[in-house]
Design a protein around this ligand. Structure first.
Ligand code: G1P
Length: 277
């Protein structure tokens, strides 16, 4: 059973400066909801209720968001605005939130290792909240699809999608042997390869299920691309033992770490979900 979801949220969000100078990038809203709340909702929908954050300096707004704001709630009690907090109140009621700080930014692998104290020895999910993901209309969310797969396969899983060849240097890229039309057993994975070095155009997006032995592996993983400890390099060790699957999810993903993806996501959500007050 997977119960916990790890959110590495210590990154600076430099692609969104100056917006992220004093504000956490995870609090940037898509319509009226912060990005990180979409991630938590996706995890809860997948049946996970332990939300674990690896946070950093100037990220306090995330903790405040998943907490009660007595003054505000007192102000709007009994007014029509109260209903606007229903969604977040439900999350606070149904989930537990725990936090630990990443003191130095040494890469995604290092951030995940920092979360070990919150996860313990059990399989867990990882959500990178600037990848905003939606399942197909009426269907399960991306993490829910992956959790169902984990229940059958009991090994690490990365979500993938095809990207144009000239974009491989923005992603972890995998190679694998097909199990069925959506599933591959990973044989190789490379962090941010140049197009000519990429083993395919199948890019890892920010949804993972990891088995807990990954922590010991990360501890032994030397710095890789950009001098950072990469989760892709640690996962390659499991992949060499045939213990990583790559899953072409059903649905859509928006790269909200880029201005273009962020605008696209905003338009998509406006067209799909927005109800005029
Ligand atoms: C991270 C991972 C990369 C993955 C990407 C998905 O990179 O290192 O393997 O493809 O997330 O969004 P980042 O975007 O944090 O540089």
């Amino acid at each position: 059973m997977i119960r916990k979801c790890l959110f590495p949220v210590a990154g600076y969000g430099t692609r969104f400066l100056p917006a992220t100078k004093a504000m956490a990038k995870e609090i940037l809203p898509i319509l009226d909801k912060p990005l990180v709340q979409y991630g938590v909702e996706e995890a809860l929908q997948a049946g996970l209720d332990g939300m674990a954050f690896v946070t950093g300096r100037s990220k306090r707004a995330i903790e405040d968001h998943f907490d009660i704001n007595y003054e505000l709630e007192d102000q709007i009690r009994g007014t029509p605005k109260e209903a606007m907090l229903n969604g977040i109140r439900e999350l606070i009621q149904k989930c537990t939130f725990s936090y630990t700080r990443q003191i130095q930014m040494k890469g995604l692998g290092h951030a995940i290792l920092t979360g070990r104290t919150l996860i313990g020895h059990e399989p867990f999910a990882v959500v990178l909240s600037d990848d905003l993901c939606f399942g197909e209309p009426g269907g399960p969310g991306v993490l829910q699809q992956m959790v169902a797969l984990y229940e059958r396969q009991q090994c690490s899983i990365v979500a993938i999608e095809e990207v144009p060849r000239d974009q491989t240097s923005s992603y972890g890229v995998i190679a694998g042997t097909a199990i069925d039309e959506r599933l591959l057993r990973v044989t190789d994975m490379v962090e941010k390869p140049k197009p000519e070095d990429a083993p395919s155009n199948l890019a890892i997006i920010g949804r993972y299920i990891l088995t807990p032995d990954i922590f010991d592996i990360i501890e032994e993983t030397p710095p890789g691309r950009n001098g950072e400890i990469q989760i892709t390099d640690a996962l390659l060790r499991q992949a060499k033992e045939g213990r990583v699957l790559a899953y072409r999810f059903k649905g859509r993903r928006f790269d909200c770490g880029s201005v273009e993806g962020y605008v696209e996501a905003t338009n998509h959500c406006f067209d799909t979900f927005y109800q005029r007050p």
